[in-house]
Design a protein. Structure first.
Length: 355
């Protein structure tokens, strides 16, 4: 895999990134270490995590993923020098009292303190890419469809304040580059405008959902990122497993899902965007299209992300070494013009049901 540069930063990464949010919940520590070993062995140099992980979030597993990664790094001398490590500071944590007391704001001071915690848990001197997990502003995300100014958080710290805190971390040598996640076109533009106006670090990346059942990134945010040179880190390329075919025999509300799979194991997940009946219907259509063209659903869904010009690196999340190998083996799969046309036809009909 030829490496890519993330935005205007100096970070050079593989176009596949190992996502780790399953570590500490679905994946125990020994298995997580085996996955990390195999990923590095196969040449993936990019790891993404977050202070909030594992997922689904709960008090008992808060910070667990970073601790697992830290233990792995300490036991693997020399591994750190081969890797680009990204993590994230949680946004406003209402509903999660274990994250900064459930605060409705993520201030500049919060960002600095959270970064210090991540550095300590992973045993790092510097974080290569430090991202804001979700905006301070009230915006459509995690399944929300509409922006409503009436819901604005008027007491939240400004983008400028957050950017200044990130700038302090970069100046102190604790962060190399910065990024955003679950952001909007306005948010990306404002972070870039303020950085240029005040001589602060420029965002290199945005980590947003992008897959066959959620292509909302293409509704204008792709132009924003292209023109401002902000790289997309596409998360959930397999739509929480919907695009692997594992749920094709399940009911349209996720009942009957395999007990070991996310929709079967965590009831809360079935109530989110990936568990919507419309998302399951669309996934089945895409999965059958893959089979009709001699591919597994996983191959086609990942090839879609791996080959799109909009994507800098695709974040894959796995629960076993076998899944990791399957996802990596999909690299190099190409989609014919006919298959791409059929994919667009399904999207035209069913739109983005897991937005």
């Amino acid at each position: 895999m030829k490496q890519v540069t993330l935005g205007t930063s100096s970070l050079s990464v593989t176009p596949i990134c190992l996502g780790t949010m399953t570590f500490g919940e679905q994946v125990d520590e020994p298995t997580a270490h085996a996955i990390l070993d195999r990923s590095l062995e196969r040449g993936v140099n990019f790891i993404d995590t977050a202070e909030m992980y594992a997922v689904p979030p709960r008090a008992e597993t808060f910070n667990a993923t970073e601790k697992i990664i830290g233990n792995w790094l300490r036991a693997r001398p020399g591994a750190r020098e081969k890797l680009v490590i990204a993590t994230k500071v949680a946004g406003p944590s209402r509903g999660m009292p274990w994250v900064r007391g459930g605060a409705t704001n993520t201030s500049g001071a919060d960002i600095i303190a959270a970064c210090e915690g991540s550095l300590q848990r992973m045993g790092l001197d510097v974080i290569d890419l430090y991202q804001i997990h979700w905006p301070n502003r009230h915006v459509p995300m995690f399944g929300g469809a509409y922006y409503n100014p009436a819901n604005e958080n008027t007491t939240a710290s400004s983008i400028h304040e957050q950017l200044e805190a990130l700038g302090q971390l970069v100046k102190a040598g604790k962060v190399r580059a910065i990024g955003l996640s679950n952001e909007t076109p306005y948010g990306v533009h404002e972070f870039v405008r303020l950085a240029e106006q005040h001589g602060l670090p420029r965002v290199a990346t945005i980590q947003n959902p992008y897959c066959l059942v959620n292509r909302t990134f293409e509704n204008g945010l792709d132009e924003t990122c292209h023109r401002l040179n902000v790289g997309l880190l596409a998360y959930s390329p397999l739509a929480f497993g919907l695009l692997t075919g594992k749920y094709d025999d399940s009911g349209l509300t996720g009942e009957g899902a395999p007990k070991s799979a996310r929709l079967g194991k965590f009831e809360s997940t079935r109530k989110q965007r990936w568990g919507r009946p419309e998302a399951l219907v669309a996934a089945k259509r895409y999965n059958q299209l893959a089979r009709d063209n001699g591919m597994t659903p996983t191959q086609m869904a990942l090839a879609f992300c791996y080959t799109k010009w909009q994507v800098a690196s695709t974040i894959i999340g796995v629960t076993s070494v076998a899944q990791l190998d399957e996802d990596l083996d999909a690299w190099g799969t190409t989609l014919s013009p006919e298959v791409l046309k059929a994919i667009d036809a399904i999207r035209w009909e069913l739109r983005d049901p897991a937005l």
